[in-house]
Design a protein around this ligand. Structure first.
Ligand SMILES: [Mn+2]
Length: 276
């Protein structure tokens, strides 16, 4: 099958930059993955899987793309990412970044925070990612949220892996109150209460239970199933202004399309929530 160059492979009239609410930004950045490699293939796998996503959203009872338009950019290098995000926001669009590894969120959030100084971040993840450095690297994906916390507040959901250093840091700084551990996933109300009005969503796919999402470099038992993740996304989109999002750490397994498809459908559902 020929690779998809755009999200959903829409007819061109629904994919024009000018008339689209969403800008899909593939960013196949991979530098510091610690366990299983392959996130650089994530963006293309999501685009390929999106071709098979039904354009009629069965929960929302609508063909979201007709309301919003969806423009897909050519793959973007990490050093160009913040410029691309800034431009999309200036043009009043909602950028959706396809990763790539989690460290790219640092650049994307910085750009969004320039535009929205009161921004807060909602992180779906198995990992707290609060290390100050990892193997000497301060921009490692294992430090992504620590770097983001230096510029804006973060609410963390689905967490079930952190080091003692991270735990003590969270305790000392008060961040622990904003870490929602994976034993409790029914936390939409609490999460909404902790977020500012403008929200950036960073969704590390390892937030899902490995039964749903085996295709990721650092899988961790427990975590979200499909409807549990939607419950939080739906409420946040209903009550806050989501200005941008990224979906990171998909490391596709060749010949095993269900996880790739899950991410593609999740992104389309998020677009649906944001279209209302
Ligand atoms: Mn993670």
């Amino acid at each position: 099958m020929k690779p998809s160059s755009t999200f959903l492979e829409l007819e061109p009239e629904y994919g024009q930059y000018k008339t689209s609410k969403f800008v899909v930004v593939p960013c196949p950045h991979e530098a510091t993955v610690s366990y299983g490699a392959g996130t650089k293939k994530g963006p293309q796998a999501i685009l390929d899987a999106s071709f098979f996503v039904e354009n009629f959203d069965e929960e929302l009872k609508q063909e979201t793309y007709r309301k919003t338009g969806i423009h897909t950019l050519k793959p973007v290098q990490l050093n160009k990412l913040s410029g691309v995000i800034e431009k999309s926001l200036n043009d009043k669009k909602i950028p959706i970044v396809l990763g790539g590894e989690h460290s790219l969120s640092i650049e994307a959030v910085k750009a969004a925070q320039k535009h929205y100084p009161r921004l807060s971040v909602l992180q779906f993840d198995a990992h707290a990612d609060l290390r100050d450095e990892y193997h000497g690297d301060k921009k490692s994906h294992a430090c992504a949220i620590r770097r983001i916390l230096e510029i804006c507040p973060v609410v963390q959901v689905g967490i079930r892996n952190l080091s003692e250093e991270e735990y003590l840091f969270a305790q000392k700084t008060g961040q622990l109150e904003k870490i929602h551990f994976a034993e409790h996933l029914d936390v939409a109300e609490k999460v909404v209460a902790q977020l500012h009005e403008q929200v950036y969503i960073t969704f590390d796919v390892d937030a899902f239970d490995p039964a749903v999402m085996p295709s990721t470099g650092t899988p961790e038992p427990g975590g979200f199933f499909w409807y549990e993740a939607l419950d939080i996304l739906r409420e946040v989109c209903r009550l806050k202004k989501v200005v941008a999002a990224d979906f990171v750490e998909l490391s596709p397994i060749k010949g095993f399309s269900a996880p790739d498809f899950t991410v593609a459908k999740l992104i389309y559902r998020l677009m649906g929530y944001l279209s209302r």
